[in-house]
Design a protein around this ligand. Sequence first.
Ligand SMILES: Nc1nc2c(ncn2[C@@H]2O[C@H](COP(=O)(O)OP(=O)(O)OP(=O)(O)O)[C@@H](O)[C@H]2O)c(=O)[nH]1
Ligand SMILES: [Mg+2]
Length: 235
Amino acid sequence: MKLSVVIPCYNEAPNLPALVAGYAVVAARTDLELILVDNGSTDDTPAVLAALLKEPRYSFARSLRVERNVGYGHGIRAGLAECRGEASAFSHADMQCRPEDVLRGFELYGKSGPGTVLVKGRRTNREGLERFLSAGYSGLACAALGIPAADVNGQPKIFPRSLAALLAGGPDDFALDLYVLYRAARAGLRVVEFDVAFEPRLHGESKWAFNARAKLRGILRFFRQIVRIRLGGYG
Ligand SMILES: Nc1nc2c(ncn2[C@@H]2O[C@H](COP(=O)(O)OP(=O)(O)OP(=O)(O)O)[C@@H](O)[C@H]2O)c(=O)[nH]1
Ligand SMILES: [Mg+2]
């Protein structure tokens, strides 16, 4: 097994058929296992996953249920613990990140020195306030933590499986995206970014920025987490 891909899924039932079909195209081209983490979903995710994973063409995929939703980072860590590939990866479930980007990223990982790099997507098609906020956050976070990257929250992220052990005790929320880069840089891995598009969500609504207030709370939390990581609050 070369690559394990973890997808944390939180109430994404309508997106799962297209997601798994997308990864089937990737799995036909490289040796890959897909680990779908049902991250304490309260929608039809368990039934939809059970039906999909019965299909022989999807034998490269399996699922794992986290009973109680704790957060995005917690779900990703649960999935990473199950990985058997030489490299591990994670990305999103709502089809904003194209499955084929995992293949492009994995090819780049192979060329860049497997075992010595973390390869990640860098979103290029953001505009207006989104672009300003994400560039500001990434600039500040990376400067504060010594991370050579331009876009913290771009997916997918692909890295040696051994990095997962360094994430134990890390953030349970979206700050895991920052923490994995911090841990990679501290472990001496080179961070290599490649351009990706960030598509609109296929179905459903944002799981954290569902209104202006929630979005502001989420953004403030992102900034607080930079400080916590910097002060060694996660080790
Ligand atoms: N908020 C949240 N998202 C989770 C969790 N577990 C997994 N996810 C997944 O994390 C991914 C990113 O969450 P989104 O709500 O789409 O965040 P986003 O992409 O910044 O927001 P949108 O652009 O509106 O989609 C989705 O695929 C979610 O299903 C969780 O516990 N909380
Ligand atoms: Mg999304």
